[in-house]
Design a binder for this molecule. Structure first.
Ligand code: RB5
Length: 148
């Protein structure tokens, strides 16, 4: 798959490099939208970049890594058409795809260790959406369109 990757300072340096390398080693193409600097970074900036790449079709899905996954997922979900799930474990990641057709996931680098981060990413990327849940995804889109 072609994956958009985003991170803030909570996953800078070695972690982000290791995660992107892991994805590539699994045969994926990675487009890097993440923060590569030294100081603190504002997570909404990176979540937004990846979300726009997903919506435009530049990438097929997005993986975000910040401290908890929460801030980035909140930011990404403000973009219409994005379904971004916080996934602290592999089961959630699998179901995020199967049940929720999540087009992005967000993971906390301060919540789970580097090896678990990889397993969570693999679980999400290896899962398949089950169209029997189409009506619920449509209901989410209705809420979005209503602006409620
Ligand atoms: C940064 O300190 C932290 O707030 C951020 O990485 C993320 O966890 C926000 O939800």
């Amino acid at each position: 798959m072609k994956i958009g990757f985003g991170n803030d300072h909570a996953a800078r340096g070695e972690i982000r490099a290791e995660l992107m390398e892991h994805l590539k080693s699994r045969g994926h193409e990675v487009v890097d939208f993440g923060y590569a600097g030294e100081g603190a970074a504002d997570y909404p900036v990176y979540a937004r970049k990846v979300a726009h790449a997903v919506l435009s079709g530049e990438v097929e899905c997005g993986i975000l890594v910040c401290g908890t996954g929460i801030g980035m997922s909140i930011a990404a979900n403000k973009v219409h058409g994005i379904r971004c799930a916080v996934c602290p474990d592999a089961y959630s990641a699998e179901k995020a795809r199967e049940h929720n057709n999540a087009n992005m996931i967000a993971i906390g680098a301060r919540v789970v260790g580097p090896e678990s981060l990889k397993v969570i990413m693999d679980s999400y990327l290896g899962a398949t959406y089950n169209p029997k849940y189409d009506h619920r995804i449509a209901q989410i889109a209705e809420i979005e369109q209503a602006g409620e």
